[in-house]
Design a protein around this ligand. Sequence first.
Ligand SMILES: Cc1ncc(COP(=O)(O)O)c(CNOCC(=O)O)c1O
Length: 401
Amino acid sequence: VSRFEGVTMAPPDPILGVSEAFRADTNDLKLNLGVGAYRTEELQPYVLNVVKKAEKLMLERGENKEYLPIEGLAAFNKVTAELLFGADNSVIQEGRVATIQGLSGTGSLRLAAAFIHRYFPDAKALISSPTWGNHKNIFNDARVPWSEYRYYDPRTVGLDFDGMVADIKAAPDGSFVLLHGCAHNPTGIDPTPEQWEKIADVIQEKNHIPFFDVAYQGFASGSLDADAYSVRLFVRRGFELLVAQSYSKNLGLYAERIGAINVVCSSSDAGTRVKSQLKRLARPMYSNPPVHGARIVANVVGDPNLFNEWKQEMELMAGRIKNVRQRLYENLSEKDKSGKDWSFVLKQIGMFSYTGLHKAQSDHMTDKWHIYMTKDGRISLAGLSLSKCEYLADAIIDSFH
Ligand SMILES: Cc1ncc(COP(=O)(O)O)c(CNOCC(=O)O)c1O
């Protein structure tokens, strides 16, 4: 008897499934606002110039393909922690950060979740409502129980700060609070500096452990330092914490699967022990990480000229998305006679806008206008060009009728 006969069909991924449907659409008006991947004004994928230059250097150098150590490329681990915390940060100087190169943001989050399950079996994870769709899958598969904290307020299309704080306060002491470092996905709504201070207060009061997910450093505002504000605030306040990093967006290395998990510990000795246990978890999971993306990051950040050019390209990408936000806001405000306040399109940060559209409306946008977006009403502005803003505005307004 066939053993696999009984295997049922898995549902399409809420985010990546949208791109599959987009590819199947033959209408040339079609617009993919689903996946969070940067596109140029011509709606083409973008390989950064600094990546091409770094790869040319690497090819000329003729490097080998030997296995990396379990923890990854040392040069990468050094620069990734320095980028995140700042090279002059005391946690770096005192050697208190355990950094492991991960399989991009997802793999880094998964390794951290495995660590939490192994060493804090009774702890819960607290995730924002809504959050990036894969967070729940990652904690479920790592067998880390989770619950949600309120985050998005549909009435104000803003942050439900009081609800967030109340839910974090109500959770069992010592929970792991998953926080988006910048450019919250899918809402595009970030706490203000004052609100981050209060969030730190309640986390401190409850002995919770901050767990940052930083997938957009430098890509959200265009500044690496500005986008690391929340992480550096918590470090300054003396927290032990975890931070998952990704270079998918800010360096456009999506398919290279390059990221890291960083654990800030209270002593360098603890850091050494934590790093050894992360390695022990990584070994049976994937043994050791891919070298190419790690070398690109190390080469770009390690060379002052390339590093500066990278910062300029990040500002360009962030700038294009800001221009698209502005144009979409103008088109919506001009065309919509309902008096609806569209200013949330301008207030949100990063590559997404959380429109508040219901599933029926997003289905209508797809069926009638061939516009593809996730069912939660999130649109990726990175997939939108200035020339297509009017078309999108017409479709959004039409979806309310
Ligand atoms: C918050 C967050 N964490 C982590 C990640 C992990 O990305 P990666 O594994 O590519 O580093 C992502 C990437 N999102 O994917 C695009 C989308 O939402 O459409 C992310 O948004």
